[in-house]
Design a protein around this ligand. Structure first.
Ligand SMILES: [Zn+2]
Length: 182
């Protein structure tokens, strides 16, 4: 029988009673996961674990499979218990580098940081720079990303002297309409 919590989570997804943190969006983007992918994990995945240590409430880790890749979605209920917060999303066992075990500087998770390649947007002197395939260590709980010195130096020099392989991209800035009553 399906666990009660999964029933509640799926019902929230069907009713569109969910919100994503910016970290979840960034992490999903980094792993090339669409909104549909993340919601599919919530609708078809299993409850991997519950983290009850956090005073802000229980965090649920839902693990699902998209195209043979295991994905974890970490979520929690907002205080009133009706709105599901998608805290972060990540590919399971993505071990491109050795995994370091030290706690996050920004949250009290016991989960270890995960090595990943991410995309990061930087600004310098009014110009935008998009760095792709950037090696990072990512907190699976709060999504804060840690970059090693050599990576920071590469980004720094990339912003100073645009490397040969840099390409100009077209960007669309889209303002969404006001939503009354929010
Ligand atoms: Zn963290």
């Amino acid at each position: 029988m399906l666990k009660g919590i999964l029933v509640r989570i799926r019902s929230a997804v069907y009713d569109k009673r969910y919100i994503f943190t910016d970290h979840a969006l960034e992490e999903a983007d980094a792993d090339n996961l669409s909104l549909d992918d993340v919601l599919t994990v919530l609708l078809t995945g299993d409850l991997e674990s519950e983290d009850t240590d956090d005073p802000r409430g229980i965090r649920y880790i839902v693990r699902g499979v998209i195209d043979d890749i295991e994905i974890d979605v970490i979520c929690r209920w907002r205080d009133d218990g009706t709105l599901l917060i998608i805290i972060t999303v990540y590919v399971v066992g993505c071990d491109m580098m050795s995994v370091r075990k030290y706690p996050c500087e920004f949250c009290d998770t016991q989960l270890q940081q995960e090595p990943k390649y991410v995309t990061i947007t930087r600004t310098r002197g009014g110009k935008w720079y998009i760095f792709e395939h950037v090696a990072a260590r990512v907190c699976p709980n709060c999504g804060h990303r840690y970059f090693d010195a050599d990576v920071l130096e590469m980004m720094e020099s990339g912003m100073k002297e645009h490397p040969e392989n840099a390409r100009v991209v077209e960007a669309w800035a889209i303002a969404l309409p006001d939503r009354a009553g929010r």
